[in-house]
Design a protein around this ligand. Structure first.
Ligand code: GLC
Ligand code: CA
Length: 546
């Protein structure tokens, strides 16, 4: 595909979590063949880009986020030919292919690491972060890994520890080594040559570890201690200039944003890093701290900071978060209303929307009845930690259910047949039992469905550049559950109003009249009065003010 400057601004990106999307060869695990079969479904939804979570060879300790060979496809997912068929199928339908790049770490079974750990003097010795034991014995410092336990692992062959900010099986690459960086860029060039249109770059805020004293030694979690150091930005700029920029490839970094400067560094075009960024927030933090008020504050701030020279990635769910309708909406009494309200919110914000698979059906969180049914490494570790803290098994399970990344990883619900039509074989992770009522087949045939609502929003976005490019202005109180904003372009102005609560609300705006045209709403009728719109539970309306 040819990529014009700024083409990423007009994308609607659909994230596929390959293991859970569609099983094409009857073994209970999603794969490339299955994805290719479902391209028509995605075309019908209307999206124009797919971000594939990792499909590279991997021992799957962290579901593909531990890559053992970047030049090969994971066996469970198929072959390179299958990937090429998928790419061609996507391109034929005008859908761009965005690959996930996991470059902070590799799998501990990657050849580089197997050599690196074998001795202190081999060509790969310096490809990872090795340190001597503390003079008093034990690991070089007190850093903990994201998935629990020390961030350092001892290797007797070298009498040294290696750093792993994530799982023990995910050793961190040494980006300070220019040769390592060149080899990493070769990986990207390989995929560029295969016709990839863009990249989502995984966990990329920790390349510079700052172990020479620049890391924040008051922090115990390794990723927090070394986040956003100077070298990280230098390396990202180098990567971008050498690999993404020459072909205008789209890039989005999964990053940590702690202040305005971080946002500018990662998501403004003049800084030369990424086109936009996905801020990483720990699920538990998001669950416990989100509120409509916070959303409003963030929206306003992020808009102001980036409006001149940057861009926004918009998403409410992904493979690391609870399902959006369970988190921000109401997956009980107002399931349908809130799923649609969230859709409307996502698509009317300035920036590029990211839809996570199943979100367009309003898929919900899962509650397995035992910890054994969970697959996510993070959930399992978290459960153990809760037990060690003294929680009863039931309470530990309840905690794990709440934060589990498996909430978003249950198999796609295609139809009401066994296993939700995901596979005819028992799936690797249990299907959500609500597949009989929440599934694609049923929703595609129902004009009032969540699926059709997404379809309408995506179609609107294609028709009206205002949705992606229009100016943005907050039009609501700073407090309360109503989020309202206007979008304007070339003399046209829309007002989007969303009620993030199950209570009736009112939004006042002086340009609203009883006959203001309604662009879209998630209720059958809209209650307009002079200068106000009345909102029922999770109601969302888009009005044309001018
Ligand atoms: C990112 C991924 C997550 C993975 C982690 C380590 O946060 O989204 O799924 O576990 O990086 O690669
Ligand atoms: Ca399969």
């Amino acid at each position: 595909m040819q990529h014009k400057k700024d083409w990423y601004k007009d994308l609607v990106i659909y994230q596929i979590y390959p293991k859970s999307f569609k099983d094409g060869n009857h073994d209970g695990t999603g794969d490339l063949k299955g994805m290719t079969e479902k391209l028509d479904y995605l075309k019908e939804l209307g999206i124009n880009a797919i971000w594939l979570s990792p499909v590279y060879a991997s021992p799957n300790v962290d579901n593909g986020y531990d890559v053992s060979d970047y030049f090969r496809i994971m066996e469970e997912f198929g072959t390179m030919e299958d990937w090429e068929a998928f790419r061609d199928g996507a391109h034929e339908r005008g859908i761009a292919v965005i690959m996930d790049l996991v470059l902070n770490h590799t799998s501990d079974l990657h050849d580089w690491f197997l050599m690196s750990r074998s001795s202190k003097d081999n060509p790969y010795s310096d490809y990872y972060i090795w340190r001597d034991p503390d003079p008093q014995g034990g690991p070089p410092n007190n850093w903990m890994s994201v998935f629990g336990g020390s961030a350092w692992e001892y290797v007797p062959e070298r009498d040294q520890y290696y750093l792993h900010l994530f799982a023990r099986e995910q050793p961190d690459l040494n980006w300070d080594n220019a040769q390592t960086r060149d080899r990493i860029f070769d990986i990207i060039r390989f995929w560029n040559a295969k016709g990839v249109d863009g990249y989502r770059v995984d966990a990329i805020s920790y390349l510079d570890k700052g172990l020479d004293g620049r890391a924040d030694m008051n922090e115990v979690i390794g990723t927090a201690a070394c986040v956003n150091l100077e070298g990280t930005h230098r390396y990202i700029k180098e990567m971008s200039a050498k690999t993404f920029a020459p072909d205008n490839l789209m890039s989005v970094g999964e990053v940590n944003i702690n202040n305005e400067q971080d946002l500018i560094n990662y998501s403004s075009s003049s800084s030369g890093e990424f086109n936009m960024s996905i801020p990483f927030i720990l699920p538990i933090v998001e669950i416990e701290t989100w509120s409509p008020e916070k959303m409003k504050r963030d929206l306003k701030k992020e808009y102001e900071v980036l409006k001149k020279d940057g861009w926004w990635a918009r998403f409410l769910s992904n493979h690391d978060k609870p399902r959006q309708v369970s988190l921000y909406g109401n997956d009980g009494a107002y399931w349908k209303e809130s799923a649609k309200m969230l859709a409307s919110y996502l698509h009317t914000l300035p920036g590029t929307p990211f839809i996570y698979q199943g979100e367009e059906l309003g898929m919900t969180n899962i509650q397995y009845s035992s910890i054994q049914e969970y697959d996510d490494i993070d959930t399992r570790n978290y459960y153990e930690t809760m037990l060690q803290k003294g929680l009863s098994p039931q309470s530990a399970l309840a905690e794990a259910q709440r934060i589990s990344r498996d909430n978003a990883r249950t198999p796609m619900q295609w139809d009401s047949s066994a296993y939700g039509g995901f596979s005819d074989h028992r799936p690797w992770l249990g299907v959500n039992p609500n597949y009989k009522t929440i599934n694609a087949e049923q929703q595609m045939a129902d004009e009032t469905s969540v699926f059709c609502f997404y379809q309408k929003l995506i179609a609107l976005r294609k028709e009206h550049p205002l949705m992606a490019h229009g100016d943005f202005q907050m039009c609501c109180d700073e407090t309360g559950p109503v989020i309202a904003y206007s979008r304007s372009l070339n003399g046209e102005t829309w007002l989007a109003v969303h009620n993030f609560s199950d209570q009736n609300q009112v939004l006042c705006h002086e340009k609203i009249h009883t006959d203001t045209p309604v662009i879209l709403s998630n209720y059958e009728n809209v209650q307009l009065h002079s200068k106000t719109v009345m909102l029922r539970a999770y109601e969302s309306v888009i009005l044309k003010l001018a």
